[in-house]
Design a protein around this ligand. Structure first.
Ligand code: CTP
Length: 401
């Protein structure tokens, strides 16, 4: 079988060196990658590097190998174009259809999914000109990844950082698999909660649960690959890398998770509550470590109810037309319990898993049935958590339409 053809456009930003890692990920996973840098990109990483890593010649303008008509052929034959890093300049040119070098010509002739991974200083990213260009590109179906927040070139810190190349690769892989018109959540804002809350007893102990956060992260990754702006409220998920293009809000307890979800949900099109939220928390928090006393039985731990976030947002619907999805882990009478829970919580969809040894906690796979408030039932066979995530977004997208 032919290898999928990927064009890696590289523009003039310091993050060009990180695109070498993205290129390696793509080639080593069986993609045929043609690198098309801009003249400015070559100030950061030279043509020899791109050529050696991709196994193809590299040109920046349309006047090399003219007999092969590269200015149209590279774009026409591509299965995916990814521009990483994408400067404010390339976003402006792409939004306005300029074609003054090989990369801009390629962007005009490509009829495949296009991903931009912007990296620039915060001021440039936030400038209304850039924001309008990004909105234009998204409206046309391109996936423009939100830059990460962190250290920028020099001493600055802020939004504009190039996301982890491995995460950009993951997003490209998914975008490629979905093909043209795959960015069906473009222009949408979705909120996903992930992980498990921890309710502290004292400075060293907490009541927690076994949720790894992997299903929530899969939901966030797949939504970003489908073009959505994603806020991921992550409870105790240290160790999981931030997905590319996703705003991660770390939280610890159920009360903190509620605050973050309610804030993010105010303007969101969809909220997916994949987090395992503790139903109860210790009634009191001991400022010092609780010590055992010789010869005495331990004090019982008094608990109080935590707010039910899913029921609260389902009841209030902060935004009209918002789609709300819950998760339920059940051990017995899975579907019957799921139906009752769907009604009790008042959400639109409920993903019901049966919890067991191999399933759900910490594993890469999952199996579930998605119940809908209108009586629908969508079984999702045992498989990667991303497959379940895509089914959830399919059902959400239908309802948003
Ligand atoms: N959830 C929530 N707030 C809580 C508890 C749960 O928002 N305090 C959400 C979870 O994120 C999940 C769904 O509700 O999407 C189902 O959680 P679950 O704990 O199974 O529901 P409960 O109502 O607690 O039912 P059970 O009696 O089975 O514990």
């Amino acid at each position: 079988m032919d290898k999928p053809k990927v064009v890696l456009g590289v523009t003039g930003g310091i993050a060009a060196y990180k695109a070498c890692e993205l290129l390696r990920q793509l080639t080593e996973s069986g993609h045929d990658v043609r690198v098309v840098p801009t003249e400015s990109a070559l100030h950061f990483v030279g043509a020899a590097t791109w050529s050696a890593l991709s196994g193809h010649p590299v040109a920046t303008e349309v006047w090399s190998d003219v007999h092969e008509v590269p200015h149209v052929r590279i774009g026409q034959t591509a299965d995916l174009v990814v521009v990483a890093p994408a400067t404010a300049d390339i976003l402006a040119k792409a939004a306005h259809g300029l074609a003054d070098d090989l990369l801009t010509n390629t962007l005009l002739t490509a009829r495949c999914p296009v991903v931009f991974a912007p990296a620039m200083h915060t001021e440039m990213w936030e400038h209304p000109a850039t924001q309008e260009n990004v909105a234009t590109l998204r409206r046309r179906g391109a996936v423009v990844i939100e830059p990460a927040v962190g250290r920028l070139t020099g001493v600055d810190t802020g939004k504009g950082r190039f996301p982890d190349p491995v995460e950009i690769f993951e997003l490209c892989r998914r975008t490629l698999a979905r093909g043209m018109h795959g960015a069906d959540l473009a222009g949408r804002h979705v909120v996903v909660s992930a992980g498990g809350t921890r309710e502290p007893l004292d400075p060293v102990r907490f009541l927690g649960n076994r949720s790894s956060g992997k299903q929530g992260y899969a939901l966030a990754r797949t939504a970003a690959a489908r073009g959505a702006r994603v806020t991921l409220v992550a409870a105790n998920t240290t160790g999981l890398p931030d997905p590319a293009g996703v705003e991660v809000v770390p939280v610890g307890t159920a009360v903190q998770l509620r605050e973050a979800v309610i804030k993010a949900a105010a303007h969101a099109d969809a909220v997916v509550m994949a987090a395992a939220v503790a139903d109860f928390r210790p009634a009191t928090y001991a400022n010092g470590k609780i010590k055992k006393k010789d010869g005495e039985d331990p004090e019982p731990i008094a608990l109080v109810r935590n707010p039910d976030i899913l029921a609260e947002i389902s009841g209030e619907r902060p935004r009209p037309g918002q789609v709300i999805v819950g998760f339920a882990a059940e051990t017995d009478d899975v579907l019957a319990n799921g139906r009752t829970k769907l009604q009790r919580k008042g959400c639109d969809l409920l993903v019901v898993n049966e919890v067991g040894e191999r399933k759900t906690f910490g594993s890469e796979e999952n199996e579930a049935v998605v119940l809908s408030a209108d009586g629908g039932e969508t079984p999702v066979p045992y498989g990667p958590k991303e497959a379940l995530a895509d089914t959830v977004w399919d059902l959400v997208a239908e309802r948003l339409d």
